[in-house]
Design a protein around this ligand. Structure first.
Ligand code: PXG
Length: 291
């Protein structure tokens, strides 16, 4: 594996950064998780756009233009020679003094990891997940806005800890009004009477690339999609529920806080969207090429 770290490629064991990088000291930075399917990068430009928007929001001045970043990502994938992979792209604030002042930092840091994708067990997709609502609230948009995909994931990690300790794999997080926002590492959807529902971005949600793809696919199929205010009640009475994310893709949810969703099995709309999503990820995308 060849990891790109601040201008150089190195072996995994040698992929290191300074302990004075504010990315490490304060979680001051932004990142993306991107998939490569059959030699094509899925929605690369959407991921890059979100990365640069996240950087902009925290006034992180990225040392590369978006076009240069695109070329660096393509080069990193090519070098690693994997047709199916997961790209972790990180921009850190860079090396600075020990104080939190980000403006003491020099140039931004850049790390590109291209690794084999660890697929979730097939049972998770066949049987569906049980999830719970956790006590840890999603960050206030007025604090660290969940729209920023920042290197500081403690809010999500605290939620994940609660879920794991309760014996389930994912946590539903509510915002400070007690409304459904998203899961620790995925967006959430419900289906009721054929209509697809998901919390609107203003509920304190990351605008997931997979979320956008699902909305687009569903509308192309002629389905109504609503982005709205959702409560736990909307999940309890849903016919279907599923989660979306780059790594997990589309995962059916069959139990929420002990309530069985629909008939307790992944629903037909979830299965249909999953099939279409698989086709989409294999058909579209930016060719990595081999030059
Ligand atoms: N919400 C949050 C909070 C996320 O972190 C998503 C939604 C889905 O977004 P995309 O663009 O991927 O459809 C994410 C992204 C993990 C892990 O190990 C998950 C994410 C990022 C990093 C690690 O579970 N999910």
């Amino acid at each position: 594996m060849q990891v790109y770290v601040n201008g150089k490629y190195c072996e995994k064991e040698d992929a290191r950064i300074s302990v004075f990088d504010h990315g490490l000291l304060y979680g001051d930075g932004v990142f993306e998780g991107i998939r490569v399917y059959a030699g094509k990068i899925f929605r690369l430009d959407e991921h890059l756009e979100r990365l640069y928007e996240s950087a902009k929001a925290i006034d992180l001045r990225v040392g590369q233009t978006i076009t240069e970043m695109r070329d660096l990502v393509l080069e990193a994938v090519r070098r690693n020679g994997l047709a199916d992979a997961y790209i972790r792209l990180l921009i850190t604030r860079g090396v600075g003094d020990l104080g939190i002042n980000p403006y003491t930092c020099g140039s931004s840091g850049l790390i590109i990891i291209v690794d084999k994708i660890v697929l979730y067990p097939p049972e998770m997709y066949d049987k569906g997940l049980a999830v719970i609502t956790v006590a840890t609230q999603r960050n206030l948009p007025e604090a660290v806005n969940p729209r920023i995909k920042s290197l500081n994931y403690l809010n999500n990690i605290l939620a994940k800890i609660e879920a794991i300790n309760a014996g389930v794999e994912e946590a539903i997080m509510l915002n400070s009004f007690g409304l459904v926002s998203e899961c620790a590492g995925d967006n959430i959807f419900a289906v009721r009477k054929g209509v697809i529902l998901t919390p609107s971005i203003s509920m304190g949600v990351l605008e997931g690339v997979t979320r956008n793809a699902v909305i687009e696919m569903a509308r192309e199929k002629g389905r109504e999609v609503k982005q709205l205010v959702m409560t736990r009640h909307d999940l309890f009475i849903a016919d279907e529920c599923f989660l979306t994310g780059t790594a997990a893709e589309i995962v059916p949810v069959v139990k929420v806080d002990g309530r069985v969703i629909g008939d307790g099995k992944p629903g037909p709309i979830t299965r249909d969207l999953t099939e279409t999503y698989h086709r989409l990820t294999r058909e579209e995308g930016t060719e990595v090429g081999n030059q």
